[in-house]
Design a protein around this ligand. Structure first.
Ligand code: FE2
Ligand code: FE2
Length: 278
């Protein structure tokens, strides 16, 4: 099997905005996100200038993915309530995932589901910023989008290999690219100056035992990813429900009753997400 040079993969991934298939509006958005001096006002105006984006953003902020269902009527209000980091993550989520609806149908739903579970678990753990965890959950698999965009044929082969050989997509990626969507996602999150904790969670959501800086956040998204898989909501590239790493159990300290409660709450929220379809 061909094993690629990680440096070459990284170079190509970081050049993703040069792709002719990336819609103009997304390229503009990425430039806005990348600008370290961008203000809440500029972000607000950017969203408001695009009616399709406005609708998507308002639908998301009024969904159970965030904490104020049904109460936000303007982009300005959303941006002020959620803050720069959360809005940047949300924008990236709603604009990037529909680029790959054909290649991996269901990744958007998987991501929305993971955002919902992450938020519920964060609240249960008394985390100071559940909305940020929601963004972590929404973007945890974003590396898959960039792999698909820059290596469409190879990624199809990886998906086919997962199906044929009963491998996780994580392993098939590793076989082919010598790296995985975790690292790919964290390269891009770094390029876009996302907060250090988001970069870390994307990198370690499959190996929360290896993070030094975000044991709680990485464990939350790790568990959320597995719970949404076990619920059969969306499609992340394979049908596995992998075991939860012991390190994550140790950090979270949940018992069966806690998990039952998390599932019950998530179920109510998942039922309200139909209109979030891209
Ligand atoms: Fe993942
Ligand atoms: Fe995932």
């Amino acid at each position: 099997m061909r094993n690629m040079d990680v440096r070459r993969v990284r170079e190509k991934i970081e050049n993703v905005t040069a792709l002719p298939t990336i819609p103009k509006v997304l390229n503009k958005l990425l430039a806005v996100i990348e600008n370290p001096r961008v203000s809440l006002n500029e972000i607000s105006n950017f969203i408001a200038g695009d009616p399709a984006l406005t609708t998507k953003v308002l639908r998301m902020v009024n969904s159970p993915v965030y904490g104020f269902p049904g109460r936000i009527s303007s982009v300005n209000q959303a941006v002020i309530l959620l803050g720069l980091t959360v809005v940047k993550g949300l924008l990236l989520g709603v604009s990037v995932f529909d680029l790959m609806q054909k290649t991996m149908t269901g990744l958007w739903e998987h991501s929305i589901g993971c955002a919902i579970f992450s938020r519920i678990i964060a609240i249960k753990k008394g985390h100071r910023d559940p909305d940020e965890l929601s963004v972590d959950g929404l973007l945890h698999d974003i590396g898959k989008v960039f792999l698909v965009l820059q290596f469409p044929d190879e990624y199809q082969q990886a998906l086919a290999e997962s199906r044929r050989d009963s491998l996780t997509i994580y392993s098939s990626e590793k076989n082919r690219f010598n790296t995985t969507h975790s690292s790919v996602g964290s390269w891009m999150a770094r390029k876009w100056r996302f907060p250090a904790s988001l970069i870390d969670v994307i990198e370690y959501h499959h190996k929360p035992q290896l993070t030094k800086n975000t044991p709680l956040e990485s464990s939350i998204v790790h568990l959320a990813d597995i719970l949404v898989r076990s619920r059969g909501y969306g499609f992340p590239g394979d049908d596995f429900v992998m075991p939860v790493e012991q390190a994550a159990w140790d950090v979270l300290g949940f018992d069966e009753a806690d998990l039952a409660e998390i599932f019950k709450e998530a179920e109510e929220s998942l039922g309200m997400t139909e209109d979030l379809a891209l």
